[in-house]
Design a binder for this molecule. Structure first.
Ligand SMILES: NC(=O)c1ccc[n+]([C@@H]2O[C@H](COP(=O)([O-])OP(=O)(O)OC[C@H]3O[C@@H](n4cnc5c(N)ncnc54)[C@H](O)[C@@H]3O)[C@@H](O)[C@H]2O)c1
Length: 369
């Protein structure tokens, strides 16, 4: 048995049905915005903020002078800062995007919120449920926007898959299976579950519209003690619905594939495909139980057409960036708000606990805030 996902049944009724490319908005520009962390990922934020002309002033912050110099050479109007305090002391900076290593998310986000500014924290929101819950509470107390960088919840194929599931195209959803594997990039401070599987947990919770009851996780650390480079998570949602996630930094091929199997159709989302990232397979199984003896069930396999739904693509980070700016302007609750981040961290923390206990199922407990 699986589940039927309702059209508006996502958390707190904020299902997203956006299937358009991002629009330019004419609302007021922010007085200032900042990006902290100019390593591998931060420069993508800077590029999008520049393209969107989101704020009158754009500041970038990194300890590393070479990384600051590179940003300044690419974008001469961008201001640079060598430490977070410079950004926090600047009253014109209304929002801060945190693209630093995972273990620094919580202390930096807390400082930003304490300084009375809105914050977007890259995934995952924090490294523990306690930290994530504290950030949600702090943002509420300060009346600031707290958003988490669950990028795939802004991607066109994921939004399309969610719409197809919610419209009942797949029928009853039986299971979801995701693979996110490639060679590297090894992280210093978190294992592959907190790094790569975060994306798939966020995608699965978004597509299925619910939080698993338990998570079990197995993994192995081949290069650095206790930093697993390969992991397999099983999320049990009850009612027969299950999701499997395989995450690896040790794979010869880059794979980003999610399969969702339903009673009516099956959906495959391949994010590495150059085009046609979503395919719907009219395949399935039915049982003709016309005989009255248990062993005599006859399986009939349906091998129908493969359909490629039209998906208008855009850069997910651009939509995410625009959404953060709009939320800061309007003081609105983001789609991937602190509670969304807390749910994903709750799953990851349960997975971590399972990993340390030989893969036993661990309940996912989300604190009420
Ligand atoms: N959404 C996505 O698809 C996606 C993709 C990749 C990475 N990420 C996330 O982006 C974040 C950064 O990842 P990365 O691979 O770019 O890391 P990185 O190690 O390459 O870069 C981090 C940068 O932050 C700087 N930094 C660290 N602490 C700082 C501080 N207190 N003040 C100023 N600068 C500081 C470092 O000097 C470094 O330049 C992580 O949270 C990661 O999970 C998200």
């Amino acid at each position: 048995m699986g589940v039927t996902v309702s059209a508006t049944g996502l958390f707190e009724g904020r299902a997203l049905r956006a299937t358009r490319a991002p629009r330019e908005t004419t609302a007021r520009r922010l007085s200032g915005i900042a990006v902290v962390g100019l390593g591998y990922w931060g420069p993508n934020w800077v590029r999008n903020l520049v393209a969107l002309q989101a704020a009158s002033r754009l500041a970038v912050c990194d300890y590393d002078p070479l990384r600051r110099a590179r940003a300044a050479s690419l974008y001469p109007n961008v201001e640079t800062a060598g430490c977070l305090e410079q950004v926090l002391d600047d009253s014109e900076i209304e929002g801060v995007i945190v693209a630093t290593p995972v273990s620094t998310h919580y202390p930096i986000a807390r400082q930003v919120l304490e300084a009375g500014k809105s914050v977007l924290v890259e995934k995952p929101l924090a490294t523990s449920v306690r930290q994530a819950a504290e950030l949600v509470e702090l943002a509420r107390r300060k009346g600031q926007v707290l958003m988490v960088g669950h990028t795939f919840e802004y991607s066109a194929p994921v939004l399309k898959a969610q719409a197809l599931i919610a419209d009942g195209e797949l029928g009853e959803v039986f299971y979801l299976s995701s693979v996110r594997a490639n060679l590297g990039l090894f992280q210093q401070d978190v294992n592959v579950a907190w790094d790569l599987a975060t994306h798939d947990v966020s995608i699965a919770l978004f597509l299925l519209g619910q939080v698993p009851q338990t998570v079990s996780c197995q993994g192995r650390a081949h290069y650095r003690p206790d930093v697993e480079d390969v992991a397999m998570l099983t999320m049990d949602f009850g009612c027969g619905l299950v999701a499997f996630i395989h995450a690896s930094w040790l794979d010869p091929n880059k794979v980003r594939r999610t399969t969702i199997v339903g009673s009516r159709q099956m959906l495959v989302y391949d994010d590495t495909a150059a085009s046609d990232k979503i395919r719907l397979y009219d395949k399935g199984v039915s049982i003709d139980s016309y005989r009255d003896v248990y062993d005599d069930f006859q399986f009939a396999y349906r091998q129908g057409d493969i359909r490629i739904p039209r998906v208008e693509e855009w850069e997910p980070l651009s939509l995410e960036c625009q959404h953060f700016i709009d939320c800061v302007r309007r003081r609105a609750v983001p789609r991937t708000d602190g509670l969304n981040g807390l749910r994903v961290v709750s799953v990851l923390e349960a997975a971590q606990s399972s990993l340390r206990r030989g893969g036993i199922p661990v309940p996912v407990e989300i604190p009420r805030i």
